[in-house]
Ligand binder design. Structure first.
Ligand SMILES: Nc1nc2c(ncn2[C@@H]2O[C@H](COP(=O)(O)OP(=O)(O)OP(=O)(O)O)[C@@H](O)[C@H]2O)c(=O)[nH]1
Ligand SMILES: [Mg+2]
Length: 270
């Protein structure tokens, strides 16, 4: 039985290896102007005070229908872009593997439906989110106003101050530099009110997509490591704020085939 579970983990792809603290989009739109990982975290691995267990942080992506949530996730996870609109029904998610200052790390990225009729299904998946990404369409300013409500709904399911918040303007390729600049001023003002970090991206061209998710991964990783170093010694891994998986109990990494990088599954079809 043990041998069938003993799959050695394939190496992480180069663009998922983070050794320096990723930069912000602009200083005005950022809450953490630091440029290095917390010393406690960066020394933890060498001093093996960090447990070697599997580390996973849960990310939920919310926002109006058609703003580009699925496209943003697909550009990052699969490096593809589909012009045709296929509304997300319910939720969908991907598991993305990183190596951050030498430590294996996963983002469990939950894509939710923007359509009103699927809101109740999607909101069931907000709980335990270490990161909440609220998305609007830079070419449809009305969707920016709606991000406040989306954020409120997601925060209601989580402990206060337990999630990093990002406000993301998509479809940057569809607006002129002048319109983008004007809209970003409004968006950054709102991001400051939300206590969110702001990014503008384009899933079509890929502009800022890798940089954005590297920033998400590094901030969530650091927060989870500090929490772990403070209060959970020993070889345990945590998914979101929920259940624990005991790993490394045999002194080696047991790779659960279900945690394949192409996504754990589809809860609902497109
Ligand atoms: N030009 C351009 N089009 C985009 C971009 N991102 C998404 N789109 C298009 O916008 C439409 C909606 O994109 P989706 O990613 O399906 O939107 P969504 O937010 O997931 O929508 P729901 O699943 O209904 O909530 C699709 O036709 C995409 O091709 C972008 O960065 N640039
Ligand atoms: Mg979608």
């Amino acid at each position: 039985m043990k041998s069938s579970l003993m799959h050695f983990v394939p190496p992480v792809s180069r663009d998922r290896i983070i050794s320096q603290f990723p930069k912000w989009y602009t200083p005005e739109a950022c809450l953490q102007l630091k440029e290095h990982f917390h010393t406690q975290v960066s020394t933890a691995w060498q001093q093996s005070t960090a447990t070697a267990g599997l580390k996973i942080s849960k990310v939920v992506v919310v926002g109006d229908l058609y703003v580009g949530k699925t496209s943003l996730i697909n550009r990052f996870c699969k490096d593809n872009f589909d012009r045709d609109y296929k509304a997300t029904i319910g939720v969908d998610f991907e598991m993305e593997r990183f190596e951050i200052i030498g430590i294996p790390y996963h983002l469990q990225i939950w894509d939710t439906a923007g359509q009103e009729k699927f809101k109740c299904i999607a909101s069931a998946y907000y709980r335990g989110a270490e990161v909440i990404i609220t998305v609007f369409d830079l070419a449809d300013i009305q969707t920016l106003d709606h991000t406040k409500q989306w954020l409120e709904d997601a925060l209601r399911e989580n402990e206060p101050d337990s999630s990093f918040i990002f406000l993301v303007g998509t479809k940057k390729d569809l607006v002129s530099d002048a319109v983008c600049e004007r809209t970003e001023l409004d968006a950054i003002r709102l991001a400051n009110e939300m206590r969110a970090e702001y990014w503008s991206v384009s899933a079509k061209t890929g502009e800022n997509v890798k940089e954005f998710f590297s920033r998400v991964a590094a901030l969530a990783f650091e927060q989870s490591m500090i929490k772990e170093l403070e209060n959970t010694p020993g070889h345990m891994a945590q998914i979101g704020a929920g259940n624990l998986i005991s790993m490394w109990s045999f002194g080696f990494c047991v790779y659960f085939p279900c945690l394949q990088s192409e996504g754990l599954g589809r809860f609902f079809k497109h």
